[in-house]
Write a protein that binds this ligand. Structure first.
Ligand code: ATP
Ligand code: MG
Length: 587
């Protein structure tokens, strides 16, 4: 496993050990313990053979029952001891798996959350979670124990040689064939395991997006067509799985049969030696059992090979992702921003892409002001605000709060100073109060109420049957689009953040909701915060004092609202003509 890890991480230098490798290294003493246990287990595994040898060569010729009883008792105790050790070893491996999972699971969650914002994902978004599960379950299974037994193979072979060189050679020949089988299993199933896992990811993506778009699928009769895609992916997935299973299963059985054949072969060689009086009768049986035991881990390993390969591939994928998104360094705590937002020559690319969506945007806002951003569809408004709230990283330029670039804040600390209402609102499973309080543990009631009041959504919430405790299902299923948007506005205002960024906050609002929005913006300005609001409809711009227009990712005009509106009016007869017209009450 460690070899696979180091081979998989060419980008990770020797000095800075990868997170996975150090998680594994943290279990070093447990691994040493397992190695010691494996040594003892393998020594104890000689018990059966030695008993056989003694019975044949000592008890039977002497016909001594007391010797037999004595030997039997000792043997039984040794077997018991071996059993206990194997149980302990198995438990230690399970705990190592859990320890690694425990050490990494926070980082894996972090990967799942940040990956879509930083990298182009190849899996279905949850791949890292499954990869960690795979590593843990393979570590906890019977495979690794077999790997710890394998190094003892030469020891058993040496004993076979000690019995007689012919017996040793027979066992050695068998061992070589089995090792070749292992290598072949690896070669032949590696690719199909990898393909199977990428088909599985594609299938999961399809299932997930179908589930999210259930209404569209059903209402437009698209489910049959997507079902066809699902089937196709299923066929491909199962096909690759089948190849991997066939290879692994086929070689597994071949290995087992070969091992049994080898045991009989050793028996035959032993018989030959006895006939020629070169060995005792006990040796035949003892060496036959010994050979079987020596090679058992090999066929266990072959049988487990598919799991090893998936664990190795999971490991490699995680190594790459963890190196791509290193854990954020601990940041110095900065004072809360109170003065300004400056954007300097900001260029924003799409995540993990060269394509620049926003170029060269610069503006400066003082506390107490609000900026309205307008522009045609796809002019880069949402991309700009994603960079303002730190969700997307700029490729050039900077966003500064009181002079410090937002990267200088740790994401959690920055989050307290930012309120963000995205264009596509999604709420989390939980109560309305929890959603407004951003899932803070034990949020002060007055803060939740203050946010609801600031967003003008208190009355709407108390009119719901369970008020603030109303549980919203996944994707806020219980609320209408307008209600969701207003609850999300309250969430953005929770804790009086300095910078409040609203991306088309009124797209689903009625007149009352728009009034509430205007009041909310004025409220933030009154408490010396800053608001940036993207809007297609001028109603959202009543409360702003600055305006910016965007075209094709560039800033066209920026200035006090009246000035910009006047400039627009001069250039075009209808100032908001290029804007998308969204009818009131549109959903
Ligand atoms: N995640 C993304 N990856 C790659 N390109 C993207 C992504 N999101 C948006 N874009 C592209 O960025 C451009 C600007 O999109 P953006 O969402 O910023 O426009 P917008 O001005 O907010 O439009 P609208 O008014 O329709 O909301 C579009 O051409 C779009 O295709
Ligand atoms: Mg947008």
């Amino acid at each position: 496993m460690t070899n696979a890890a180091s081979a998989a991480s060419p980008s990770v230098t020797g000095a800075a050990r990868s997170e996975l490798a150090s998680a594994l290294a943290s279990c070093r003493s447990a691994f040493v313990g397992i190695a010691v246990f494996s040594g003892l287990i393998n020594l104890l595994a000689l018990t059966g053979s030695l008993f056989m040898l003694e019975v044949y060569d000592r008890v039977l010729p002497s016909r001594s029952v007391p010797t037999l009883v004595g030997l039997a008792i000792i043997t039984a105790l040794l077997f018991l001891f071996q059993g206990l050790m194997e149980i302990t070893r198995g438990r230690m491996l399970v705990r190592i798996g859990n320890q690694i999972d425990w050490r990494l699971s926070d980082r894996i969650y972090d990967l799942v959350v940040r990956l879509p914002l930083r990298a182009r994902g190849s899996g279905d978004g949850l791949q890292p979670v499954r990869d960690l599960d795979t590593i843990r379950s393979v570590l906890s299974g019977s495979g690794p124990a077999a790997l710890f037994d394998l190094p003892w193979l030469p020891f058993y072979l040496a004993i076979c040689f000690a019995f007689h060189s012919l017996i040793g050679l027979t066992a050695l020949g068998g061992a070589l064939v089995l090792v070749m089988l292992t290598v072949l299993t690896d070669r032949l199933s590696r690719q199909s395991v990898q393909k199977a896992s990428s088909y599985a990811a594609a299938r999961n993506r399809l299932a997930d997006s179908s589930r999210r778009n259930a209404e569209v699928l059903v209402s437009m009769g698209m489910s049959a067509r997507l079902l066809a895609r699902w089937r196709k992916l299923g066929v491909a997935y199962r096909g690759q799985q089948q190849i991997a299973n066939d290879v692994s299963g086929g070689f597994g059985v071949t290995g087992r049969i070969l091992r049994m054949m080898l045991q009989s072969a050793v028996l035959a060689v032993g018989a030959y030696l006895v006939i020629h009086q070169e060995a005792s009768g006990g040796i035949i049986i003892a060496s036959s059992i010994l050979t079987g035991r020596a090679l058992a881990p090999v066929d266990l390993a072959i049988g487990n090979w598919k799991n090893f390969i998936s664990a190795r591939q999971s490991w490699q994928r995680l190594e790459k992702l963890l190196a791509l998104l290193p854990a954020p360094a601990a940041q110095l705590l900065l004072p809360a921003p109170v003065h300004s937002l400056s954007v300097e020559k900001l260029s924003v690319p799409a995540p993990a892409s060269e394509k620049v969506l926003v170029a060269d945007v610069s503006f400066h806002l003082k506390a107490g002001s609000a900026l309205g951003v307008i522009g045609a569809s796809a002019s880069g408004k949402s991309s700009l605000v994603r960079a303002l709230v730190g969700a997307w990283r700029p490729s050039r330029g900077a966003v500064r709060l009181d002079g410090a670039t937002i990267e200088q804040w740790s994401p959690d600390a920055l989050g307290e100073h930012i309120g963000y209402l995205p264009q596509d609102v999604e709420l989390f499973e939980g109560s309305i109060a929890e959603n407004i309080a951003r899932f803070a543990p034990d949020p002060p009631t007055e803060s939740v109420l203050a946010a609801a009041n600031a967003a003008g959504v208190h009355q709407l919430i108390v009119n719901l049957p369970e008020g603030y405790n109303t549980q919203i299902g996944e994707q806020g299923a219980l609320l209408s689009a307008g209600q969701k948007q207003r609850v999300a506005l309250a969430r953005a205002l929770y804790g009086n953040p300095f910078l409040v960024v609203l991306d088309e906050p009124n797209s689903n609002l009625d007149a009352e909701g728009e009034d509430a929005l205007t009041k909310a913006i004025l409220g933030v300005r009154a408490r010396e915060g800053i608001v940036v609001v993207v809007a297609h409809r001028s109603s959202a711009l009543v409360a702003v004092d600055y305006m910016m227009t965007m075209t094709q990712g560039r800033q066209q005009a920026f200035g006090p609202k009246e000035e910009v509106l006047a400039r627009l009016a001069r250039r075009e007869p209808a100032p908001l003509a290029p804007l998308k017209v969204v009818p009131q009450n549109a959903v």
